[in-house]
Design a protein. Structure first.
Length: 139
């Protein structure tokens, strides 16, 4: 079983927290709840009525981020500044688990292509910000 779907929206990070007092920590990215909900909705649509993927999984994530106005227009450039790729991946993994498309993000044993790109500067880049996700069972 393989799933391939796209999530449109500004990718948000998960993992940076700040202390607010009385032992309470909160995520610093205010866009995280909306982003995770968008990923969850797209994954739920892709899954349909199928059972969640279980067992060893391979996951591919191609994040398309907005290109800064200061970036070169005539040549390819790379999003080598924030957000961190690992924190983008973390937010998607948890949303995939919440959606029920996978049993647990611990089942991901391998990543295919996982990268940050700007719109139309990579064969798998989207035209707008978002992420292209592929999930498949490993052997």
């Amino acid at each position: 079983m393989t799933y391939s779907f796209v999530v449109i929206g500004l990718p948000a990070t998960q993992g940076s927290k700040r202390f607010v007092g009385k032992g309470i920590m909160i995520e610093t990215c205010k866009r995280l709840p909306a982003w995770r909900e968008a990923v969850k909705w797209s994954a739920t649509q892709a899954r349909g009525t199928n059972a969640p993927l279980d067992g060893p999984l391979r996951c591919t994530m191609i994040f398309t981020l907005p290109k800064p106005k200061s970036a070169p227009k005539a040549r390819r450039s790379w999003p080598d500044k924030k957000p961190d790729l690992s924190k983008l991946v973390r937010s998607v993994e948890d949303a995939l688990t919440d959606s029920g498309i996978i049993v647990d993000d611990a089942r991901i044993v391998e990543y295919g292509e996982t990268r940050k790109v700007f719109p139309n500067e990579d064969p798998k880049a989207l035209d707008v910000p978002g992420v292209r996700i592929e999930l498949e069972k490993v052997a």
